[in-house]
Design a protein around this ligand. Structure first.
Ligand code: ZN
Length: 191
């Protein structure tokens, strides 16, 4: 069994659609803000919009509709919830098997290494939020020159291993500069 929910169920919890008049922010339309191009052009502006939405959402509570779907999941094996909502109210109501079509406004992703994590802070302390910079490794003291090996058959020092091109980018070391955190939630331009 599958249930599909959209903005309607969260409207009952007082969350605006963020597309109608009640959801407009600084006279801007969501289509101007919820795009990768808008984020690339002005990440701080887009983050201010998402931070405002997160502050609206954090004050809302799951309603009986969210809770009914959570108990349905508990009683029906194989039940899956598909939602267009990014607000996380289904999670807070107790649903666990959720397919989130437009992502989750509480998940953030590093733009450099694409690592994802949950961040429930609303408001965020700084915009755009940054990954803490990794300090550079201290330089090692210079070692005295090594004497040549006494015998030609002495094992040669292993040559450095080249990086594995198949290694997932999430395993690569983070960069030494602060990296911006992007948004995992990719809302559609139309609902
Ligand atoms: Zn990163």
């Amino acid at each position: 069994m599958v249930a599909l929910t959209g903005a309607g169920i969260s409207a009952e919890s007082g969350i605006p659609t963020f597309r109608g008049p009640g959801g407009l922010w600084r006279q801007r339309r969501p289509e101007q803000l919820a795009t990768p191009a808008a984020f690339a052009h002005d990440p701080k502006l887009v983050w201010e919009w998402y931070d405002w939405r997160r502050c609206v959402i954090v004050k809302a509570e799951p309603n009986p509709g969210h809770k009914a779907l959570a108990s349905l999941e508990a009683s029906k094996p194989g039940f899956t919830l598909v939602t267009q909502n990014v607000d996380g109210l289904h999670d807070r109501a107790g649903s666990r098997r959720i397919l989130k079509l437009h992502g989750d406004i509480w998940m953030v992703r590093c733009t450099a290494c694409r690592r994802e994590k949950r961040d429930d802070r609303a408001p965020l302390p700084e915009l755009p939020p940054l990954v803490p910079a990794v300090p550079p490794l201290p330089s090692l003291p210079e070692l005295p020159p090594v004497a040549p090996p006494p015998r030609p058959e002495a094992p040669a020092a292993a040559s450095p291993v080249p990086p594995d091109p198949e290694m997932p980018s999430s395993l690569l070391p983070p960069q030494a500069t602060p990296n911006q955190i992007g948004l995992l939630s990719a809302t559609s331009t139309t609902v």
